[in-house]
Design a protein around this ligand. Structure first.
Ligand SMILES: [Zn+2]
Length: 242
């Protein structure tokens, strides 16, 4: 009887250990001017440049300048602000010891021989970063609607198509991770409700909860099961979906 209640969707231990960061990520700052944070920034700028060049190669012209990248520790590890054209992205050095330990536990769960920091790199500096840049592309196309599900699904659809074309092994790993993690959670949508409707009606409440991760991961798995899979060009053409 509790299966559909909002806060009962994780197996308790995994939920607390893997997703606690999503609930209360402290706003800490990375060390100023450290060479390692400059190296991180250089890698992110290179990935951002590639994303923008790929958009141009697909025949589109971005209407906004590239977003300013701010290395910090935002909620959910990444956040694009369209009013300021700033993309906040977490860096390992800015994470709390608890957050770093969660990535170490996630690495253990995935059992791919990666460290916590490498798991963070994959999940945040590759997946989340391109997802947030996809929100920037939506802003370029003036597709920032109140249909939160379409905005999030569209961003996941662009990010998945980008990674399928750039690094299929990474996309395969990401899909497998999401499948593994989501298997530890109980789906939060009440019986008889559509996930889209439920997500839109409860968007503000869901934001800081693990249920938000469930929605993001289930969207990506749905994107990856589209048949036929959309091309990157198609996803850029229709940046919110459906
Ligand atoms: Zn998003």
């Amino acid at each position: 009887m509790f299966a559909n209640r909002l806060l009962s969707f994780c197996t308790a231990f995994l939920c607390a250990t893997l997703y606690g960061a999503q609930i209360a990520a402290p706003a800490t700052s990375p060390p100023k001017n450290s060479s390692s944070s400059e190296a991180q920034r250089a890698k992110l700028v290179a990935l951002q440049d590639d994303f923008i060049e790929t958009i141009k190669a697909n025949g589109f012209q971005p209407s906004l300048a590239a977003p300013t990248i701010v290395l910090d520790n935002p909620p959910s590890y990444g956040n694009y602000e369209d009013e300021s054209n700033v993309l906040h992205i977490a860096v390992w050095a800015a994470l709390s010891p608890e957050q770093q330990a969660r990535f170490a536990r996630l690495a253990g769960l995935l059992a791919e021989g990666k460290t916590g920091e490498e798991t963070f790199e994959d999940g945040v500096h590759h997946w989340v970063f391109i997802h947030e840049l996809s929100h920037w592309w939506q802003a370029c196309q003036h597709k920032t609607s109140d249909n939160h599900y379409s905005v999030e699904y569209g961003a996941n659809r662009i990010a998945a198509a980008y990674w399928r074309s750039k690094d299929p092994a990474f996309m395969g790993r990401t899909e497998k991770k999401m499948r593994t993690v989501i298997a530890t959670m109980t789906q939060p949508v009440p019986e008889g409700k559509s996930p889209e409707k439920y997500f839109n009606e409860n968007y503000e409440k869901l934001g800081p909860t693990p249920a938000y991760i469930w929605f993001q991961y289930s969207m990506v798995l749905k994107v990856q099961s589209e048949a036929p899979l959309p091309s990157l060009h198609q996803t850029l053409q229709q940046p919110t979906y459906p």
